[in-house]
Design a protein around this ligand. Structure first.
Ligand SMILES: *[C@@H]1O[C@H](CO)[C@@H](O)[C@H](O)[C@H]1NC(C)=O
Length: 333
């Protein structure tokens, strides 16, 4: 007898208790309900296991990559012949960006969906799945071209390799701030511009950056647009795929008055940290342990609820009702 009792303690399903054997409808309903509940939780857990979880971490950027690209695609309302483009950084390495980029004379226009003189600070860190979906890597046309230098506006596009240090990319009129063969008449300058791509690192055309699809207009010929870009290297990892990219935050000041060189300045600096966004999965063993723990917990709680309800019935309706089933049961035997 004692032996049986101790076994019963280990029995997870209280339905075997004599009190419950007969209130069978109630008992089996709750068993079925509990079964469904457990199945539901297992299903949720398996879903969570398959999907993994997103782990975001900042770490020191140990990447010794020294050079990366600025990818840009923009339109300036000044003829290409009058424009001077340049990259300068603290290593004093001066790339004549002119040689790295494509220039194409076009008419100036601002596409409808561009944000004009708006607030670009609404960029956010992309979702991991979004990145994987949109990480089609592209290369700008390799051959550098210069066409239509006299057209009213200039379409500038391409990638400029820059040192991964603080620096700036500058677009201005010929003869302003740099020694050029000619000086552009002030009246010919219009630094109104449209940016459809401005990014650092590998070029992923479908990833949105704060400057993408923005436009800035000015009614002054001598005007200064100063963009300050803080670049954070960002690494996305999922299922063995690693996407190395960057994101940046942007601040714009216009006409600071200190510099009298007109132009569009992109001042950039790289943060020494890297943001890693990775999809991780708990180990299978841990997953199993979790499942077992959850099921065990539910059973324990269910047992407790059954007992409490049972006690309540006894207290409220008296022993008679609680034992009614037993009499029926014995009469059946
Ligand atoms: C520059 O071009 C834009 C768009 O065509 C125009 O709105 C703006 O007034 C022009 N600015 C100057 C200084 O001519």
């Amino acid at each position: 007898m004692d032996y049986h009792r101790s076994i019963r303690v280990f029995d997870a399903f209280p339905k075997t208790e004599p009190v419950n054997t007969v209130r069978s409808t109630k008992g089996s309903y709750s068993t079925i309900l509990m079964g469904f509940f457990i199945l539901f939780l297992i299903w949720v857990e398996i879903g969570g296991y398959v999907d993994g979880y997103i782990d975001r971490q900042f770490m020191l950027d140990r990447n010794i990559q020294r050079v990366l690209n600025i990818n840009l695609d923009m339109l300036v309302a000044t003829p290409c012949n009058y424009l001077h483009t340049n990259v300068k950084d603290i290593t004093q390495d001066r790339f004549l960006a002119q040689e790295q980029l494509n220039f194409e004379g076009v008419n100036f226009f601002i596409p409808d969906y561009f944000r004009v003189n708006g607030d670009e600070s609404q960029g956010s860190t992309l979702d991991l799945d979004e990145v994987l979906r949109e990480s089609a890597l592209a290369e700008f046309r390799e051959k550098k071209s210069f066409t239509g230098g006299d057209a009213p506006a200039c379409h500038i596009f391409g990638s400029i390799p820059v040192n991964k240090v603080h620096g700036f990319f500058h677009i201005t009129g010929k003869g302003y701030g740099y020694r050029d063969r000619s000086i552009v008449p002030k009246e010919a300058l219009n630094l109104t511009h449209v940016i459809s791509e401005f990014s650092f690192g590998e070029f992923y055309p479908y990833m949105n950056n704060p400057l993408d699809f923005t436009a800035r207009t000015t009614n002054e010929h001598i005007h200064i647009f100063n963009y300050y870009l803080d670049v954070v290297p960002t690494e996305y990892k999922k299922l063995g795929i690693v996407i190395d990219t960057t994101q940046y935050s942007m601040t714009l000041t216009e006409n600071p008055g200190l510099r009298n060189v007109p132009g569009i300045f992109f001042n950039y600096q790289f943060e020494p940290i890297i943001l890693s966004i990775e999809e991780k999965r708990i180990s299978f063993v841990r997953f199993l342990v979790r499942l077992v723990t959850i099921c065990g917990g539910i059973m324990l709680i269910a047992k407790w609820i059954f007992r409490t309800v049972d006690k309540l019935i006894r207290v409220v309706f008296g022993k008679q009702v609680a034992n009614r089933g037993r009499e029926k049961a014995s009469s059946l035997l």
